[in-house]
Design a protein around this ligand. Structure first.
Ligand code: IFL
Length: 440
């Protein structure tokens, strides 16, 4: 204990001081941005990560919690060299089919404490394994309620399931109306505050002091609107990002803040908008996602015939965003990408030859700039299904089923990696070993 600390201990009372010391993470343990890279404990910190949106759910004591499974999954991921998870922090209750049930928030101000304790448990278990987590606080898509459920609570109109209506344009406009709703923003800020200022019931740490949290993320894939987004709506979106990131930094100045954006494709294909959305002083790094099949660049029923042209676009998307990050002078993380099993099958027994090739090619593209110290700071694949299994003949999730990386708005087994997908897992492990060699 230094001289100043000794005086403090004397003046504050040693018990209080000791408690504060226990809770306060030393500054250098937080993941920080240095130039266009991350650092942790004074060393480079490249992300070798996965998406596991449901990891907090598994931490709950009662169903859908499954702590035994959670620990097994974390051990498996650790053994694969995974050092970071991207996880949903909070969900909103909705009655439509494609939304996960139960939810953290059951109407404005009504939180499910058991699910929040699940998040506490997850953080405590990640800390034991020296892993970090990106926690997103909302969702542009419906599978966790998200922005459109906020709007339903605001105006009382029922949430529309775009899986049923097929009106994705209408759905996106509804989600984006969230940015303009004073009531939705007021309630969102309350929830953000509730989560960020929480004290972990498992290990006693204030979330604000917990270096296990790498970043607060505004939402999963926030977009400015649908394909008819106006300039005015683009400005509203950028203003929203600047406002809410500033609010988060006021609550918690130590943690990084990110948007969860898909990149230019999630910015109505407007590169300037993507740049504007990530140039604010409280956005610490850029995020992007690469969805080669969702965006129609390849056809899952004709991989052979569409691969070359589709992959050319994918590769360009990967590298062009690293250039954008360089221009802005911040790190960037490829925090989602994935591909179907062969032929677009969902069955766990189907092959994954093209997916394996795709993962390898993505990793090869990332590795060269990583080695050169360019702004690409890591990746999270989408997603970890681990030991989850579906018994549904139609592959659609129902309440009570195993939770897996494929969320309830999509067929179970579509993009997620099972622990039995040995060839894909081996490719991931090999790349993670290379990445970890940089973290020294
Ligand atoms: O499941 C989807 C998820 O909502 C997302 N991006 C794409 C995933 C696969 O379609 O964030």
């Amino acid at each position: 204990m230094g001289f100043l600390a000794a005086i403090l201990a004397c003046c504050l009372g040693s018990a209080v001081y000791a408690a504060e010391q226990k809770n306060a993470a030393p500054q250098h343990d937080f993941v920080k941005v240095k130039g266009t890279q991350f650092q942790k404990s004074g060393k480079p910190y490249y992300i070798a990560g996965t998406n596991m949106w449901y990891a907090g759910y598994l931490g709950a004591t009662a169903k859908p919690g499954n702590r035994t499974r959670l620990m097994k999954e974390l051990d498996n991921l650790k053994a694969l060299g995974v050092n970071n998870l991207r996880v949903l922090a909070v969900s909103e209750k909705s009655d439509i089919n494609s939304v996960v049930k139960p939810a953290t928030t059951n109407g404005f101000g009504h939180y499910d404490e058991e699910l929040l304790k699940g998040l506490d448990y997850l953080l405590a278990e990640l800390a034991k394994r020296d892993m970090t987590v990106v926690l997103y606080l909302n969702n542009y898509w419906q599978w966790s309620g998200g922005m459109s459920q906020y709007m339903s609570w605001v105006d009382g109109k029922p949430m529309q399931d775009p899986n049923v209506t097929k009106d994705w344009e209408g759905f996106m406009a509804r989600s984006a109306s969230f940015y303009q709703s004073a009531k939705a923003q007021e309630e969102f800020r309350k929830t953000v505050k509730k989560i960020i200022t929480r004290v972990n019931t498992v290990n006693g740490k204030a979330y604000t002091d917990d270096a296990t949290i790498m970043s607060w993320q505004l939402a999963n894939e926030p977009r400015p609107g649908n394909n008819s987004t106006t300039d005015k709506e683009k400005k509203i979106y950028v203003d929203w990002i600047n406002g809410i990131t500033g609010y988060i930094k006021e609550l918690d100045p130590h943690h990084l803040v990110s948007t969860g954006s898909e990149g230019v494709m999630g910015s109505v294909r407007d590169e300037k908008l993507f740049i504007d959305a990530h140039s604010g002083k409280n956005v610490d790094y850029l995020t992007y996602h690469m969805w080669i099949r969702n965006w129609g660049w390849i056809d899952k029923t004709n991989f052979a015939g569409t691969w070359d042209a589709g992959w050319a676009k994918g590769k360009d998307y990967l590298t062009s965003h690293i250039r954008i990050a360089k221009k802005i002078g911040k790190p960037i993380v490829l925090e989602e990408f994935g591909l179907d099993r062969d032929g677009g099958a969902y069955d766990i027994k189907s092959t994954t030859h093209v997916r394996d090739q795709f993962y390898q090619q993505v990793f090869d593209v990332l590795w060269t700039p990583m080695q050169k110290g360019e702004p690409i700071a890591g990746y999270n694949f989408w997603a970890w299904n681990g030991s989850a299994r579906t018994t549904r003949a139609n592959y659609w999730w129902q309440e009570g089923d195993d939770l897996m990386g494929d969320p309830p708005q999509e067929e179970q087994g579509m993009y997620g990696i099972y622990d039995s997908d040995a060839s894909t897992v081996a490719i991931i492990k090999a790349f993670n070993t290379k990445i970890q060699s940089l973290n020294k």
